[in-house]
Design a protein around this ligand. Sequence first.
Ligand code: KG4
Ligand code: ZN
Length: 337
Amino acid sequence: MYVLGIESSCDECSAAVVENGSRILSNVIATQISIHAPYDGVVPEIASRTHTEWVQPVVARALEEAALGKGDIEGIAVTNRPGLVGSLLVGLSYAKGYAYALGVPLVAVDHIRAHLYAPHLEFQIDYPYLGLIVSGGHTIITRVESFDDIEVLGTTIDDACGEAFDKVAKHFGYGYPGGVAIDRLARTGNPEAFSFPDPSLHKGEHRYDVSYSGLKTAVINQLEQFRNTEKEPSSEDIAASFEKAAVDLLVRRVTKAIADTGLSRIVAGGGVAANTYLRQKLKSLNGLEVFFPSLKLCTDNGAMIAGIGYHYLDGGVRSPLTVNAYSRVEGFRKTYP
Ligand code: KG4
Ligand code: ZN
């Protein structure tokens, strides 16, 4: 089955064609980074307006690169949650019109689940596994039984990991998107130049939870208090020390969850899964299989939407043309015993 996937939840306008949830025929990603860069962050109004201009040519290009015509498309998958509602509505409305016109089934999918599906487009991965979803809006440690059966073990109690990268980068003027800028600077910095405190969150119901607002405040407002060196620290040193603190916290929680659950596989997805230090650190854990998507499939893309969408469509799931867009997803809250 050829599925067209459409993604417009934030600042990437993307469309892809994926065959049977596994073979990527095309994955066109038109990024709005240069449009939002002057503001050091995504401006929702500009994002949705740009999607309205781009969605049609992006879909046309996805078909062209897949060497398919409209009539070859057998189903359409589109992100309808979570994200910026104005942006989501553009892709969703376009997908509805397209599905209606072609007379093919439509399924609206969850962007978070799709991030975790992304590595399945590149690797044969068996369930169950420990799933780590780290993006600009989410930081979630999960036990994954199937593409749609995901139990939340831990999450952030305040800011998302990517959000902390973005805010620190914005404060120091390192560039946008912040995660990419910090990753680049950190490579030549001294990660020991500063020692930032750990959030004191590790027991009971918060065993696998993380917190990033304290670290963000420490880096932005209290930097000098945590300095270890006499030498004047560089931007590279600040970036490397922050990145180490942010990633080490995540890796400690993941290690604990692996030890408790006995799972032997880790699968990561989301924009922060592109981070060089996180990739090195998780891959160096002993006795585990660790899967990261390639960099293009870490950040937002239509292929992950088409990929997961295929499994819903194949299972008979259909969304009506009245399906709406939602900024949040309730299912990704942790359920306390
Ligand atoms: O998954 P994504 O494209 O969009 C959301 O669903 O949020 O993730 C975007 C986030 C941003 O916070 C961005 O700064 C971060 O991913 N990011 C990175 C890297 N590349 C993107 N963070 C750390 N290191 C990177 N290399
Ligand atoms: Zn995303």
